[in-house]
Design a protein. Sequence first.
Length: 483
Amino acid sequence: MSETQKVDQRQDAAPPAGNSVDRYFRISERGSTFGREIRGGFATFFTMAYILVLNPIILGSAKDKFGHSLDTGQLVTATALVACVMTIVMGVGGNLPLAIAAGLGLNAVVAFQLAPLMSWSDAMGLVVLEGLVICLLVLTGLREAIMNAIPQQLKQAIGVGIGLFIAFIGFVDAGFVSRIPDAAHTTVPVQLGAVGRLTGWPVLVFCLGVLLTIALLARKVKGAILISIVTMTVVAIVINAVADIRNWGLTTPKVPDKLVATPDFGLVGHFSLFGGFAKAGVLTAVLLVFTLILSDFFDAMGTIVGISAEAGLLDEKGQVPGIGRVLFIDGAAAVAGGVGSASSNTAYIESAAGVGEGARTGFANLVTGGLFGLALFLTPLLTIVPLQAAAPALIAVGFLMMTHVKHIDWDKYEIGIPAFLTIAVMPFTYSITDGIGAGFLSYVVIKTVLGRAKEVNWLLWGVSALFLVYFAIDPVEQILGVK
């Protein structure tokens, strides 16, 4: 190869920065182009845009302690607004092609763990506190201590358990699985369909949606989840127009009178920072905040490192450039999610789609964030999606989270048993908190009986002690004379 050819090749790989935007985002320096960044931004949005449908469905399907539900239209606005703002902030401040939106799993904690114990504003206040604590952990350097306290395989088990929990929610929400009424006097708690078999067009839409989603995932089609949601929504609209269907659930699929509407910011700012402590009790509230922190903090770490590695942005020590700043922005996203009543927001692994299209800088986030901003005005279009069309995405996300089970060493009982309990207890008790507590307590107990208690980090001892009180709260209250 001639010297001229070598020079030309180097220029193709990293052309000189042509303007201030290029220099700020280091687009040319990282071997990218504006075209690649724009394509990457679009790819990321269309891969993760399903959250605009799923987040309102998950939060909207739950009721708080007082029986109140959140408005679906307002939830769509809140979800899009926070995703838009924080994705752009990550792009400008962190300069990584790492989009941010409401975290699946985290919203399940808010909907099914926090809300039933307090008001929605109280629940969102705990989300704000979670984000503030994460920011504080980053600023004080305690991130390393917490990371080292919990065994990596136990963290992975938490993700797997949340995946199963999300999938179970999907089956229930779609009507594929239903609770058998207590009056049936049976030991079987759930059954297939509403009467022991599948009936009705809505469930058929769900089944077809699951098959379509897994087929697209198997083919590695980009945006598979979103394509499935859109396709099955169209199918549901057609079926609803020609068939006599009494009930679709929360959302009836029909063409809206208008496609564009003014965003409804009614939920923004509705949070109570310490109300949850009064409603649920200090111990329970602390454990709930800890659950959010654990799910958010470590998931974000894995996502940030994974996306940066895939983009070839890790330095020679395997570290993410500006990791402290990036983690702080991720914590701030949790705060913003609580303030906006959109649940905790965090970095999205679907950003890998944008990296696959060539995105290497935060400029791609400007595109992704801009598209979320555009979605603010499409609420009528986004609120016609029935549960049966969106629930297959929960099954798919459950599968994707389940894949981490391969990293757990099941032959070592000191980690295999706690991991199993973590994974199993979450869906069986319909509680993410209970699953984490079961895993931590069993881990500490097994290490102790094996004579290896010193291997357990003191932070894990402290957290496990809190969980012990949490599980034994009723007898503890009786001993203390609280009841």
